[in-house]
Design a protein around this ligand. Structure first.
Ligand SMILES: NC(=O)c1ccc[n+]([C@@H]2O[C@H](COP(=O)([O-])OP(=O)(O)OC[C@H]3O[C@@H](n4cnc5c(N)ncnc54)[C@H](OP(=O)(O)O)[C@@H]3O)[C@@H](O)[C@H]2O)c1
Length: 327
């Protein structure tokens, strides 16, 4: 039972992230894991037993329960928007895995309902609690305007569940399931004016699953500068490669083998993460729902801008044209 002042939490889904979040919330004071709803009764019951939660087969049942204050949404991408909207409408606080939604209308509605109903909608973008990202933000502020942001990822694999990840219906286009590479760039450089996307899917089947993808997203930022993301997955390569560059008028931020460097005409120096301690996402959420003043609204707006870019890339690829964002 939740003790005085504690918030009761329900988890939706019982896969990898549901287990990870349950373990984290279980360790925190101020919240109590009460129930788990999952369509998978086997993994759902295992998770329920591990933390003394009730198991429910249907998430709609969970969000209708009066004793539940907040829900943690850990299902696949295509259901995030629907579940979040229903939970927020029921007056529950929501902590959810990215992406915010599979379509922009759902994302906008979720953010609007959260604000109208005075409940929290916290997305789990880890940049918001990352000391390195905090330092990059300071460097971006101090090193002049953006000229270009570049991201490249090449990977041989298709994840632990390729039938889920490499599936346009379930996980969405690559720019949506790789949203964790779009979000930090939008957080650093602000909203986007237009988006151009192109996409190649090999062995695309009727159920929208595919074998291999090559994708590009190009954008112009409202504040100036251009951005580019390139992903290729399931390709013929020995091991994954990743490359990030933020080219600013006063120097270039380079990610190399896990480290960040600042390179300029005067030399190259390693970037150290900010040394102030930052709360975890779960701790932040506990503060959010305890009514402490936090910044979840600002983060939700950035998450919304990030899905606008990802989904405009899908539209651009489908319609073979540049898509302008009205922000
Ligand atoms: N924040 C992060 O660092 C991070 C990292 C990885 C993933 N993610 C995100 O976390 C989410 C979950 O990923 P995961 O790796 O935990 O996936 P997972 O291991 O496949 O687990 C997903 C769980 O949700 C259930 N589920 C899926 N769709 C559902 C629906 N429509 N209704 C009810 N239950 C549903 C699945 O049931 P079945 O077992 O029946 O399929 C499973 O229990 C994804 O959106 C992913 O993008 C975030």
């Amino acid at each position: 039972m939740a003790s005085d002042g504690e918030k009761s939490i329900g988890i939706i889904g019982s896969g990898g992230m549901a287990n990870h979040r349950a373990e984290r919330f279980h360790q925190l004071e101020g919240c109590h894991l009460r129930a788990v709803a999952s369509r998978n009764s086997e993994t759902g019951n295992v998770l329920a037993d591990k933390y003394g939660m009730q198991y429910l087969p249907d998430w709609r049942d969970l969000i209708s329960r009066q004793e539940i204050d907040a829900v943690v949404i850990c299902t696949h991408n295509e259901s995030h928007g629907e579940i979040a909207i229903a939970a927020l409408e029921a007056g529950k606080h929501v902590f959810m895995e990215y992406p915010l939604a599979r379509n922009v209308d759902q994302g906008e509605r979720a953010v609007t309902i959260a604000k109208q109903n005075g409940v929290v909608l916290r997305l789990t973008h880890s940049e918001n609690v990352s000391p390195m990202h905090a330092r990059l933000r300071e460097l971006v502020r101090d090193h002049g305007h953006l000229q270009a942001s570049i991201f490249t990822r090449l990977t041989p694999g298709r994840g632990a569940h390729p039938e889920v990840l490499f599936n346009l219906n379930i996980s969405g286009p690559p720019a949506l399931f790789f949203i964790y590479h779009v979000y930090p760039v939008i957080d650093l450089f602000g909203p986007v004016k237009w988006v151009e996307g192109s996409a190649l899917y090999e062995s695309l089947r009727a159920d929208q699953s595919y074998q291999c993808t090559v994708n590009t997203v190009n954008v112009a930022f409202q504040n100036g500068g251009i951005g580019q993301w390139f992903w290729a997955g399931g390709i013929n390569i020995q091991r994954a490669e990743e490359y990030r560059r933020y080219i600013l008028a006063g120097g270039t931020l380079i990610q190399q083998e896990g480290a960040w460097l600042l390179s300029s005409r005067s030399g190259i120096e390693e970037i150290k993460p900010a040394d102030r301690p930052l709360p975890s996402l779960e701790e932040l959420f506990c503060k959010d729902i305890a009514g402490e003043v936090t910044n979840w609204q600002q983060h939700a707006e950035i998450a919304l801008q990030a899905i606008r870019v990802s989904l405009a890339a899908e539209q651009s690829a489908q319609e073979n044209r540049r898509v302008f964002l009205n922000l």
